[in-house]
Ligand binder design. Structure first.
Ligand code: NAP
Length: 189
């Protein structure tokens, strides 16, 4: 059995969308996947589908903005596996109910609601830091740890400021884009 087949991977926000697809693909590679979901009733169908396809998956109740579930998840992983090999910080929100920033008509800087900006940063930035901090001890026990932070093209000042670029027609995104730009600056030493 290879190292990859023994690998333990945690994906936040894995009950749907990109996170679920990532979880399914990691499981197909032979990893044991921990399906992070803030609502376990939404997470368990995703984990069950992976198991039905022959993979190994467990649901973890994990709200990246909730310290208790972050800490409890780290403890559970420690008790069951003693380490973590892959952390994918995928959970994210746009603040507008949809991830596509082109729909973020309420994210014009002069009118955006500050509470919404705070909520987006709580999930997309502070949540990533909190989960990473909680998992670092487990990751450091892995022979080849990996952290993937899911950002976005919306984080690119270059793309957004190019009048001929692909996002030229989009409205400003006062919460989502800055949160993903902040994420790009995060590195772990
Ligand atoms: N879709 C795109 O075109 C696109 C492009 C670039 C980057 N991205 C990024 O890719 C990631 C996934 O996007 P997606 O399109 O798959 O979005 P999605 O379908 O809306 O899925 C987002 C996931 O994050 C979870 N989530 C939200 N807040 C959470 C929290 N506080 N704690 C834990 N989980 C939470 C959601 O859980 P619930 O089901 O409970 O809401 C859901 O599982 C995001 O970081 C997004 O910014 C997306």
């Amino acid at each position: 059995m290879t190292t990859r087949q023994h690998a333990i991977a945690l994906v936040t926000g894995a009950n749907k969308g990109i996170g679920r697809a990532a979880a399914e693909q990691l499981a197909a590679l032979g990893m044991t996947v921990l399906v992070g979901a803030r609502n376990p009733q939404r997470g368990e169908p995703a984990a069950a589908a992976i198991r039905a396809a022959g993979g190994a998956a467990h649901t973890l109740t994990l709200d990246v903005t909730d310290t208790d579930t972050v800490q409890t998840s780290a403890q559970w992983i420690d008790e069951h596996f003693g380490r973590l090999d892959v952390l994918i910080n995928n959970a994210g929100i746009s603040g507008s109910g949809q991830v596509d920033p082109s729909d973020a008509v309420d994210q014009i800087p002069s009118t955006v609601e500050l509470d919404m900006v705070r909520k987006v940063f709580e999930t997309n930035v502070f949540g990533v830091i909190a989960v990473t901090h909680a998992m670092l001890g487990l990751l450091r026990r892995s022979p080849a740890p990996r952290i993937v932070n899911v950002a976005s093209h919306a984080a690119s000042l270059t793309l957004f400021s190019d009048p001929d670029g692909p996002f030229a027609a989009l409205l400003p995104s006062a919460a989502y884009s800055p949160s993903k730009s902040a994420l790009l600056s995060l590195t772990v030493n």
